[in-house]
Design a protein around this ligand. Structure first.
Ligand code: SPD
Length: 268
């Protein structure tokens, strides 16, 4: 019998992937975690039935999310990752000379499952520079004990535990955690299928931060295959080189920060 997984986009479209084995499934206090083995995408991690990571294309998403912020920031000593329980963003951050990475992931099971099934990503948590904090980020930012040079929002979609992250109150608190000259990078969903979310998020970000820069990257397994990222803070000068051997980001958009007009319209 053939097994197939479908992620639905609203109730109008979707992505269907053949499964060779259902490796793991559990219900945590926050969400449902599944891991699938697939012939086309390698291993896949889903949360509440939505694809978070596939082995095939995770490098595009994580490099795109992390590197622009790291090269544009004045300093990269201390970095905060919001979400990011699979470890992919932390892996990219550790390619720079950072002193400390705090990862605030509400669901410790996402980290444990990633350690078991996605060691290429989650082994980044073994670095002595990394501190994992299993706490609700909306609480964490209200009593922020330090300032961060770079903040990476590697969140899940705006349903379930990530819902509270799409509010003005959250971004006002987050702003207080950012050092002078610091940069925030935010995964900002699909211009094809989450246009309402992008409009709402852009309005909030503009109110709280003023100027926002946007860029896109082609993430095959995410809705529409095209993903939007928002960058807050800094000027337009690149402050440091990319690490050696990046598979993707140096060839695509750091020298060519661009955004198609139809996506710009969503952010106006
Ligand atoms: N619909 C997919 C949105 C996922 C964004 N974050 C994924 C986490 C990977 N580190």
């Amino acid at each position: 019998m053939e097994l197939w997984f479908t992620e639905k986009y609203g109730n109008v479209a979707g992505l269907t992937i053949r499964i060779s084995k259902h490796l793991h499934s559990e219900v945590t206090p926050f969400q449902i975690i599944d891991v699938f083995e697939t012939p086309g995408f390698g291993r896949i991690l889903t949360l509440d039935g939505l694809i978070m990571v596939t082995e095939k294309d995770e490098f595009v998403y994580h490099e795109a999310l992390v590197h622009p912020a790291m090269v544009y920031a004045e300093k990269v000593d201390s970095v905060l990752v919001v979400g990011g329980g699979d470890g992919g963003s932390t892996r990219e951050i550790l390619k720079y000379g950072v002193s400390r990475v705090d990862v605030v992931e509400i669901d410790e099971r996402v980290i444990e499952v990633s350690r078991e099934f996605f060691s290429n990503l989650a082994s980044s948590f073994d670095s002595p520079l990394v501190n994992v904090i299993n706490e609700d980020i909306t609480k964490f930012v209200k009593n922020c004990k330090r300032k961060y040079d770079v903040i990476i929002l590697d969140t899940s979609d705006p349903v379930g535990p990530a819902q509270g992250l799409y509010t003005e109150e959250f971004y006002n608190s987050l702003k207080d955690c950012l050092s002078n000259g610091g940069i925030i990078a935010i995964q900002s969903e699909s211009p094809w299928w989450q246009d309402r979310t992008i409009k709402d998020l852009s309005r909030i970000l503009k109110l709280v931060f003023g100027r926002i820069r946007y860029y896109v990257a082609p993430v095959l397994s995410y809705p529409g295959g095209l993903w939007l990222f928002s960058l807050i803070g800094g000027d337009d000068k690149i402050k440091r080189d990319l690490p050696e051997n990046l598979k993707f980001v140096d060839k695509f958009f750091v020298d060519n920060l661009h955004i198609p007009p139809f996506i710009m319209e969503l952010t106006e």
